[in-house]
Structures are given as structure tokens and as C-alpha cells.
Ligand binder design. Structure first.
Ligand code: ADP
Length: 152
């Protein structure tokens, strides 16, 4: 077992929000290294371009050497194995998140038995921020800058 505690923070991040940023920063108190893994399902169309978002997330954490950004199109359990990570980090905002997260955490554990998911409850100021709402506001020309840690 590696002495460096690595966690994967997987997600679509379409787009990456201040809510996501908050989860990463708080995770750094628990883990030595956080890999932000952008899940890229080639069958699904993104709203924000993958390369663009990858660049923006890298920019957001450019001063933190223990935060890395990768893109993956495989099982989350496989990417965890690749990076020698025994933990996944996910955020919880409400019971809807919980229902969904509970299922995927069980599936991931079944796929890789030493893989545990650690949940961080959203900070209240970010509880209402979701990527899907940001996409809707942006689509209709609304200002989303205050929800994002970078400029579009
Ligand atoms: P996915 O498509 O895999 O659900 P998302 O990019 O939507 O990926 O979210 C990644 C993770 O971040 C999920 O665990 C989600 O619940 C969490 N998350 C999203 N928004 C927030 C927020 N505002 N506060 C805390 N956690 C959040």
C-alpha cells in the first residue's frame, strides 16, 4: 500500500463549479493528493467542451501541486486502480444526491473491494449550485460568473 493517500474526485464537471472547488479544497485536509477525473462518455454530448473545461480546472488549481486533472473514459474503479487511489470523493447536497450516490458507491465497491467513497456535505453557500442549472442559465444568456471559480 502506498503511504501517499490519494483520492479520486470523479464527475462530469459540465461545468466545474464553486461547489466542486469547495469539495476539492476540503478533501485536501483528508488526503495527500486529489485527482479530479473528468468522466468523458463519448456517447454523451457535453455543453462545455472537454478540453476547455480541463484547462479551466487546471487553471483553478495551478498553485496546488497535489491536485491533478485527468480525463477518463472507463470505469471509475479502473482509474482509481491506475492512480493507486483507495478512495473516491463525492459531494452531497440533498436526499436526491444521496439516493444516486449510494447506488454508485455500492457498485464501485463491488467492482473494486478496497475502494471506499467518502462523502462531503455541501457547504451551505454552495448547496443550490448545480452544473445543470448553470447550463440552463448560460444557455439563455444569464450571468453565471459568480458560480464558477474561473472566467469563461
Ligand atoms: P456526475 O455527473 O458524476 O454526478 P457532477 O459533475 O454533476 O458529476 O458532480 C460531481 C460530484 O460533485 C457529485 O458527487 C455531486 O453530488 C457533487 N456536487 C455537485 N455540485 C455540488 C455542490 N454545489 N456542492 C457539493 N457537491 C456538489
Amino acid at each position: 500500500m502506498s503511504t501517499i493517500k490519494t483520492a479520486i474526485f470523479p464527475g462530469s464537471f459540465d461545468p466545474f463549479t464553486k461547489g466542486h472547488q469547495d469539495i476539492v479544497i476540503r478533501s485536501l485536509k483528508l488526503f495527500d493528493r486529489i485527482i479530479i477525473a473528468i468522466g468523458h462518455n463519448t456517447a454523451k454530448r457535453r455543453y462545455f467542451e472537454l478540453d476547455f473545461m480541463c484547462q479551466k480546472i487546471k487553471e483553478t488549481f495551478s498553485d496546488l501541486q497535489n491536485v491533478e486533472v485527468v480525463v477518463y473514459d472507463e470505469l471509475t474503479a479502473s482509474i482509481a486502480a491506475q492512480y493507486d487511489a483507495d478512495y473516491l470523493v463525492r459531494g452531497l447536497r440533498n436526499t436526491t444526491d444521496f439516493e444516486y450516490e449510494n447506488t454508485i458507491a455500492q457498485v464501485n465497491k463491488n467492482l473494486k473491494k478496497d475502494l471506499d467513497t467518502v462523502f462531503l456535505i455541501t457547504s451551505p453557500e454552495y448547496a443550490f449550485i448545480s452544473s445543470s442549472i448553470i447550463r440552463e442559465v448560460h444557455r439563455y444568456g444569464g450571468d453565471v460568473s459568480k458560480y464558477l471559480p474561473y472566467t469563461l
